[in-house]
Design a binder for this molecule. Structure first.
Ligand SMILES: Cc1ncc(COP(=O)(O)O)c(C=O)c1O
Length: 439
């Protein structure tokens, strides 16, 4: 870049910094408690500067920030390949679709193959199973933990079962020891929906690094944000090539955006019934999509990733404040539980109102909402009771008793890094008032 360009850029960055201070910055010590969202963006001038820097490049599609974001995430997770995409839902779609690739020969997923998962889930964990003509097999979840009941997995495996699609619900790692052992024993693909759990660990290893493929979401509610955004993660070179092919229109070519002939054989291949030498850039080995994200989103991600260790600590601290403050109400509320080997980077604080508590979930959530404390339900509840999913082809093994309780009695509140200590204490005070009124 010319010298003058550098100078102007620096001036723009200085202005952006000033703008951040004037427009976005809030003195948290003077902030009044009015509304405590369950999640939100946490950023400073660094995210704005990265975004502006990338927009001044005007490269727009995958560029220098994309490679940096992907390789920084690879390092953080301890994995070989990260592919940045435009959402966590797209990441799940790519994870499932890529396993149908003919490049996987006899291990490819075929129409009618079964995938074991849970009905207490986010809709786009399940949707790609159905979109790929696969049959979900549902297992119940544990209350408090909200993860798949691992002891029932083996019973659910049939000759058609080919994959396990397991979410680390709300940041809480599933029992990866047993799940990995079963996946290995029965030669099942293992996919982790890690969208809510970036930074969580199981036996000291990051969730999202256990499965054949895992996924992330960077929607603002999650541990880091790129606005919209997600990622597909794998250690396997072949799977990575397939994932990128499905992401990039189904093309066979693996050149990065703006590059040609990385393989040095661009006009020397023979594919399908195409004439020899048909330009590799226009050869399609999969029926794919375009699910790419932009370099501007990646630029925000690079800045956010630097904050991730602090974000994780803050989430854990906020979780601990709530846990200690609400322990007294264990007779009425099921508080979160986690595996002995799990070190969760909590997405939120889940609560289930016990049957016989003497009040309904709605009484409590309405009270909290009126007090300015935002609440959310645990996603789809029992997804088989949702209008779009009522009539899907599926199997249930062992009943969905707890899944229905989650639908009726569970909800969550926030622990995200934007919530300060005094707000956490305010939340506990409100719970105290709620329970005092019912004594
Ligand atoms: C467990 C889980 N999977 C997938 C998604 C989808 O992610 P996105 O909103 O980025 O599409 C979400 C969204 O919050 C989620 O919680």
């Amino acid at each position: 870049m010319k010298k003058a360009g550098h100078r102007i850029k620096q001036r723009i960055f200085d202005n952006v910094k000033e703008f951040y201070k004037a427009y976005h910055w809030i003195d948290s010590t003077k902030k009044r408690i009015e509304h405590i969202p369950y999640a939100g963006r946490v950023f400073d001038e660094n995210e704005l500067i990265a975004l502006v820097d990338s927009s001044l490049d005007f490269w727009l599609s995958a560029g220098r920030y994309m490679s940096k974001f992907e390789s920084n995430l690879e390092k953080f997770l301890g994995v070989n390949f990260v592919t940045f995409v435009n959402s966590g839902s797209s990441a799940n779609l790519l994870a499932m679709s890529s396993l149908t690739s003919s490049k996987l020969t006899d291990r490819r997923l075929k129409s009618g193959d079964e995938v074991i998962t849970t009905a207490s889930c986010f809709p786009t964990t399940l949707a790609p199973v159905i979109q790929n003509n696969l049959v979900p097999v549902f297992i119940d979840v544990d209350l408090g933990n909200y993860n798949i009941q691992v002891e029932k997995i083996e019973k659910a495996i049939s000759s058609k079962t080919k994959a396990l699609f397991v979410a680390h619900t709300l940041g809480n790692p599933a029992d990866m020891s047993l799940i990995c052992r079963l996946a290995k024993k029965y030669k099942l693909w293992l996919i982790e929906d890690n969208c809510d759990a970036l930074g969580s660990k199981y036996k000291g290893k990051r969730t999202g690094s256990f499965g054949d493929i895992s996924t992330l979401s960077f929607y603002p509610a999650h541990h880091i944000t790129t606005g919209e955004g997600g990622a597909v993660v794998t250690n396997d070179k072949v799977l990575n090539r397939i994932i990128r092919s499905f992401r990039d229109w189904g093309r066979d070519c693996w050149c990065e955006s703006g590059y040609d002939d990385s393989c040095k054989k661009r006009f020397n291949f023979k594919f399908g019934k195409l004439p020899f030498g048909y330009d590799h850039k226009y050869v399609y080995s999969h029926i794919g999509y375009n699910l790419k994200a932009t370099d501007m989103q990646a630029a925000i991600g690079v800045a956010q990733l630097k904050k991730l260790p602090d974000f994780i600590d803050r989430r854990k601290d906020n979780f601990a404040i709530l846990y200690n403050g609400l322990k007294a109400y264990g007779k009425s509320l099921i508080l979160p539980t986690w595996e002995k080997e799990a070190d969760p980077a909590w997405f939120c604080f889940p609560i289930t109102v016990r049957e016989g508590a003497g009040f309904k979930r709605e009484e409590l959530t309405l009270f909290l909402e009126k007090s300015g404390i935002q609440t959310r339900l645990i996603f789809a509840g029992n997804i088989l009771r949702q209008p779009a999913f009522m009539n899907i082809k599926h199997r249930v093994v062992g009943g969905l008793f707890n899944t229905d309780i989650v639908m009726k009695n569970s909800f969550f509140i926030g622990v995200y890094p934007g919530i300060a200590d005094k707000e956490m204490n305010y939340i506990i005070k409100k719970f105290d008032i709620f329970f005092k009124e019912r004594q």
